[in-house]
Design a protein around this ligand. Sequence first.
Ligand SMILES: Cc1ncc(COP(=O)(O)O)c(C=O)c1O
Length: 407
Amino acid sequence: MKKTVEDFIKQAERYGAKNYAPLPVVLTKGDGIYLYDINGKKYFDMLSAYSAVNQGHNNKKLIKAAIKQLKRLYLTSRAFHNDKMGDFLQKIAEITGYEKVIPMNTGAEGVETAIKIMRKYAYEKKGIKKDCGEIIVAENNFHGRTTTIVGFSTDKTTKEGFGPYTPGFKIIKYNDIGELEKAINENTIGYLVEPIQGEAGVIIPDDDYFRKVREICDKYGILLAFDEIQTGLGRTGKLFCFQHYGIKPDILILGKALSGGLYPISCVATSAEIMNVLTPGTHGSTFGGNPLASAIGIASLEYIIKNKLPENAEKLGKYFIEKLKKEIMDDDIKEIRGKGLLIAVEMKKPVARKVCIELMRVGILAKDTHEKTIRFAPPLIIKKKQIDKAVMKIKKGFENFRKCSCT
Ligand SMILES: Cc1ncc(COP(=O)(O)O)c(C=O)c1O
């Protein structure tokens, strides 16, 4: 007998940890900006696996690169050199403008790696008293799920129950320049921050916030580390979000779309002076920089650049926002905002999940974040006509939501 949606969900719930609350849809196929469920129903993907699938689902170029490499060599560990990693690291260095790159796997690992580099650099090169360093982070941050990272989260669900927490982090308000300067003392190592807070609900700081942040970091000689795991690689309408602000962080963390979603790949890029604090044995990963990841990473980056995905995100992001404002804006919506194709609709009441269910019913897969916000972040290959169609469906979804919330 054919398994039903309920069968799949029950099975996952029976054998899996309940650490997610997915929408009740079971997907089986992807193609470009579309996803298909087990009954053949087609959906617009408006999440892109939290911005990992910027290059679109079932991307032929990426699959070809992966298969070619799979048939040759997929893992050596870093005990030996492989003939792919160098090309991958060089490519990242060239497009980011940093001298050195360390490859890892998940985003959280990338962030952990940056934290280790920042600490070691501060103790060895900046004369900060050993084991006393402080890294400043922002309220409502999201940097991943490891024990160290959740320890400096300000979200109760993310943090509570996982202590004792790693010391050495100081939390300040996001987008408040006075708070940053006040928080700095002789033990400050640097500021680790998202250039737009994605998981917090697409929170975009003032245009000049990060220019001022850069000035303060330079004034006090502290490091600025950008977590661009979600915002990087074209999502916000530039290859990197820092380019919007006319500054460059000292440390850049990438993940997600670095692989186009085919494989977990992350990295940290920085100067030679900073990266050189890592010496043999101080950090590593069995899978980081493996030949398969490297081949996929190279193809992913080439695809983003060749197909001008940042430019598309810039142009169509503005179009998408305008269309949403025109078609769905009403009294129950607080704001529609975004940068590039990282777009949020913030409701006045905590109804985002209900809206997402109605959107799913009309063929739009979007995800609620923090109860009031719905994020729209399609693959960056989306075309204008597809946005037109998607917005009509979104409009229908909102109409249905409004109808059922009145009754
Ligand atoms: C800004 C940011 N940092 C870190 C992470 C964690 O990445 P991963 O889930 O690959 O560990 C995420 C994931 O959503 C993210 O958005």
